[in-house]
Design a protein around this ligand. Structure first.
Ligand SMILES: [Zn+2]
Length: 468
């Protein structure tokens, strides 16, 4: 019986593996063998448990077959052996506020799916949820092409085009009523979307209808809200809220139902909020009680904040896009009375307080805003910012791996390093359990047991991100 179960599990694992990689994808692969032994590694397993030194991992058929002390676990005959002395292995990152588009001009978001999926994988991200889509079918198509081995990239939990009421975004639908919200969810779910994102001008009736239709299909809804408060959304059954507390309008004194008082209006109240005060604690309790997860996207807010370092990865951008961001950066640096001077540190404190109160914190990057949030690089930066917020490096890695996988319902296969799980692993040339910035030193990214070369993935798009 057990043998039959094992065979069945192996068959399921084999199904999820691409039948064959195209020659174009093969060019990015540096390790591909039936049995691989990663020896003498430091393992940071993604659960928050302490790092273990001198471990050997045996990868077989795309999964982790064995883990143990290097002195005990010996590479099987014929295995490809890779000595990782001095290096660490962390789980492939699972990040949930990702996009396959980027601000290219005023109010316009260019569809950069092909370059972005390479950058995500190069940065150690093996699973993404796209947190909102202005590409129509592109997120879905890329997900399918990656699964078929025709494109390199992370596994994609593909989000439908945004759910929004009347709005001024060129690439976003204006839904008139709750019936349209229900139909939007039904159509895109039928097309293969597995997540939904509500946006700033949605009404309570539309959000409620969307949540109801998505839940009927076993799918989840997240939101970057404004017109609907966090508490209202929690009462309507939303699963996840984006941008920590920076999109909350719960504390706006004259807030009108179903109307967005402006992002800035909400943010002024958050900047003034006391993390130890009763109003904030009551909201946190509601979110925790209703099991609403919160996504931290500190990376995008850092780009709005004066005095912060230049974000990593700008070299990959097309020169005009790079210059555009550098000009934005200079403007931000000179801004004398930006709300972000107080809001950004407050964002860190509120997210930490939410997690300490038992809330589920997820991580994402949000490559939007005024630019400068570069896939892959920004996922690593997001982990650094969580540590700046007060989490230990082990906790930050867990937020960026197992927490995301658990939210997406994929934790049986990915999100942590364990026997039987898919071999989605990042080899790091350093020790991120002590120095989180070492996550930037990605040596190899294993996805389903196949090792990709980050340098080649980056080189293939460098200087051209913005074109495609
Ligand atoms: Zn976003």
């Amino acid at each position: 019986m057990l043998a039959r179960l094992v065979l069945l599990l192996l068959a399921v694992a084999a199904l999820a593996q691409p039948a064959a990689f195209s020659p174009a994808v093969r060019a990015f692969i540096k390790v591909d063998a039936p049995v691989i032994a990663l020896t003498n590694a430091r393992i940071i397993d993604g659960t928050g448990a302490p790092a273990k030194e001198n471990q050997t991992l045996i990868l077989r058929g795309g999964s982790v077959a064995e883990i143990g002390d290097a002195a005990r676990v010996k590479p099987p005959d014929g295995a490809t052996v890779i000595d990782l002395t001095g290096k660490s292995v962390i789980p492939g990152l699972v990040m949930v506020h990702e996009h396959l588009y980027y601000p290219t001009g005023p109010g316009v978001y260019g569809q950069l799916g092909e370059s972005f999926v390479r950058l995500y994988l190069a940065g150690g991200v093996t699973t993404i949820r796209t947190g909102g889509n202005v590409n129509g079918f592109m997120d879905l198509k890329l997900k399918q092409l990656i699964e078929a081995g025709q494109q390199p990239g992370p596994a994609i939990d593909a989000t439908a085009p945004y759910l929004n009421g009347p709005n001024t975004f060129l690439q976003m639908r204006d839904m008139k009523d709750a019936d349209e919200a229900r139909k939007h969810v039904a159509y895109w779910a039928d097309m293969g979307a597995t997540s939904f994102k509500a946006y700033m001008q949605i009404s309570r009736a539309q959000l409620g209808a969307a949540v109801d239709e998505a839940h009927k299909r076993g799918l989840k809804v997240t939101g970057h809200l404004c017109s609907v408060t966090y508490r209202e959304a929690a009462d309507l059954g939303i699963d996840n809220l984006e941008h920590g507390f920076l999109a909350s309008t719960d504390f706006v004194a004259d807030k009108q139902p179903d109307a967005c008082p402006g992002q800035a209006g909400g943010q002024r109240t958050i900047a003034a909020l006391d993390p130890d005060g009763a109003p904030f604690k009551a909201l946190v309790k509601t979110l925790v009680d209703k099991k609403v997860a919160l996504t931290s996207t500190l990376t995008v807010f850092e780009t709005f904040t004066p005095g912060r370092p230049m974000p990593p990865g700008l070299d990959v951008l097309l020169p005009p896009l790079r210059q555009q961001f550098e000009q934005n950066y200079q403007r931000t640096a000179q801004s004398q009375n930006s709300v972000y001077t107080t809001l950004f540190p407050k964002a860190l404190a509120l997210e930490r307080a939410f997690a300490q109160a038992g809330g589920t914190l997820l991580a994402g990057t949000d490559p939007t805003g005024g630019g400068g949030v570069i896939p892959g690089y920004s996922n690593q930066r997001q982990l650094e910012l969580l540590v700046e917020a007060g989490f230990t490096p082990l906790e930050a890695i867990r937020i960026g791996s197992l927490n995301g996988a658990t939210y997406l319902g994929r934790q049986a296969r990915v999100g942590s390093i364990a026997v039987g799980k898919q071999a989605d692993l990042v080899v790091i040339d350093g020790d991120p359990s002590k120095t989180i910035a070492d996550v930037r030193k990605v040596d190899t990214v294993f996805k389903h047991g196949v090792g990709f070369d980050p340098a080649k993935l980056i080189a293939a798009v460098s200087g051209k991100v913005g074109l495609w």
